[in-house]
Design a binder for this molecule. Structure first.
Ligand code: SF4
Length: 457
């Protein structure tokens, strides 16, 4: 399929081939689904909304609902005010959500629609019923990526939903980053194990990983409630996981309400999970639970037992900046060599951080933000790797070059484990290690000479 990829890398500025990112509204839509009783609303044409919904549906294997302003030629020329007003009226009349989270698309941004004015007008004209809420994020997709869109909607949540009234309480806010519902569930479990009462936002567990009951529920019981969002301004502190996805909201909460922010990278692997547990211990004022220390010990044991198979292996990594930064740390903990490290998002801080992590350890590494999978394929052709870790689109390179490929990040369209099993925390790290090891040993078992075909590894 990728037979035409040249075997030497050439620099490109104006063209992306097989981008390693997708568009902003997808991130905003995903964040909005993490609010209980929320209807995500796409202010643009139907095609955008249909694509965003289907992309999320294909990743989560769950129906994703969202409404659209359904722009046609008229709205594109004269502006989308009438469409927005009609849409809000219809949404509250027909679907009766607690909250509508509006995001924009390329088209509504290009024509310069003033979303705050439209929402104010809808409040003034009582199109938004008493007690219901509408928030928004601007998500023009000709800049940024799904990561920017996610961060924008989470920041909008803390701008519009917390209340100044109320008393300090003993809960800790956790902003989980753009991770799967299984990861959010795992982060909450770790907080519970530690005895830390937590409010997680957004929270898509029990929204996009529902059990099969035979009944469709438009607003599943998961998601952070508006009542809980009101109180995040009075929490003990905020633990924000992911510099690109969660930090902006945590800093907004700190500056607006004085809630201290602890800014961390995603807890993927041993070291970054240690920092998350340490933050729960310090912010929550609790000792580290024995059960959590035992989980850590089991991970360490697996890493030690299997170290021989990982040591020195060359890895290509592609994905979202927060995911990749933490994964690189995990690969280094296993003494692997992340030699090609890319993100499709435009994130200059990403290159600096990964270079800092790799400094002196993998001198041959190539690190690139705003990159694409064509870049990565060309580098792999120049000097192959033992393993590729990235989203489903990496499978084409894996097949073309006969390299084991482990699905990780977003989107995963051709496997299902991510919706059930986390990759964050100590348990998540054990799962990732198992997946990487299985992929490499399966290839070895298939291809090695008989005298090296071992029963025991
Ligand atoms: S890139 Fe712009 S036009 Fe294309 S689907 Fe995304 S929001 Fe719509």
């Amino acid at each position: 399929m990728l037979d035409a990829t040249p075997s030497t890398h050439s620099a490109r500025e104006a063209l992306r081939i097989n981008p390693a990112k997708t568009c902003q509204p997808i991130g905003a839509m995903y964040a909005a689904l993490g609010i209980h009783g929320c209807m995500p609303h796409s202010h643009g044409s139907q095609g955008c909304c249909a694509y965003h919904r289907s992309h999320l549906t294909r990743h989560h294997k769950e129906p994703v609902m969202a409404t659209t302003s359904s722009f046609t030629e008229g709205a594109s020329v004269f502006g989308g005010l009438a469409n927005m007003t009609q849409a809000l009226n219809n949404i509250f009349t027909i679907y009766n959500p607690e909250i509508v989270a509006v995001h924009t698309t390329c088209l509504s941004e290009v024509i310069g629609d003033d979303i705050p004015m439209m929402i104010r007008k809808a409040y003034d004209e009582k199109i938004i019923p008493e007690g219901k809420v509408v928030i928004h994020a601007n998500t023009p997709s000709f800049v940024g990526s799904h990561i920017t869109g996610f961060a924008g909607m989470v920041t909008s949540m803390v701008k519009h939903l917390p209340s100044r009234a109320g008393e300090k309480h003993g809960k800790v806010n956790i902003i989980p980053g753009f991770v799967d519902p299984s990861d959010m569930r795992e982060l909450k479990r770790l907080a519970r194990e530690m005895g830390v009462p937590a409010v997680m936002f957004p929270d898509t567990s029990d929204v996009l990983d529902l059990p099969q009951t035979g009944k469709y529920v438009m607003y599943p019981h998961g998601g952070v409630t508006l009542a809980d969002m009101k109180t995040v301004s009075h929490s003990l502190g905020t633990i924000a996981l992911g510099g690109f996805t969660s930090t902006p909201a945590a800093l907004e909460l700190e500056s607006q309400y004085g809630v201290p922010a602890t800014l961390l990278e995603l807890p993927i692997g041993l070291g970054t999970t240690d920092l998350f547990i340490d933050a729960l211990h310090k912010v929550g004022g609790v000792p580290v639970a024995d059960s959590v220390a035992w989980e850590r010990g089991r991970l360490l044991d697996v890493m030690t037992d299997m170290h021989q198979y990982f040591y020195g292996k060359r890895v290509a990594v592609a994905g979202d900046p927060d995911h990749v930064i933490s994964l690189v740390q995990m690969l280094l903990e296993l003494e692997m060599r992340p030699v090609y490290v890319i993100t499709g998002s435009s994130a200059p801080r990403f290159e600096a951080r990964v270079q800092q992590l790799l400094e002196g350890r993998v001198p041959e590494a190539v690190v690139k933000q705003n990159a694409d999978l064509f870049d990565m394929h060309q580098w792999i052709k120049e000097a192959p790797v033992d393993l590729i870790v990235g989203n489903s689109y990496c499978k084409h390179i894996g097949r073309a070059e006969n390299i084991p490929t482990v699905r990780f990040g977003f989107p995963i369209l051709d496997r299902m484990g991510h919706r059930l099993f986390p990759t964050v925390g100590y348990m998540g790290a054990m799962r990732l290690i198992e997946k990487m090891l299985d992929a490499m040993l399966d290839k070895k078992d298939r291809e090695c000479p008989e005298e090296f075909f071992e029963l025991v590894q």
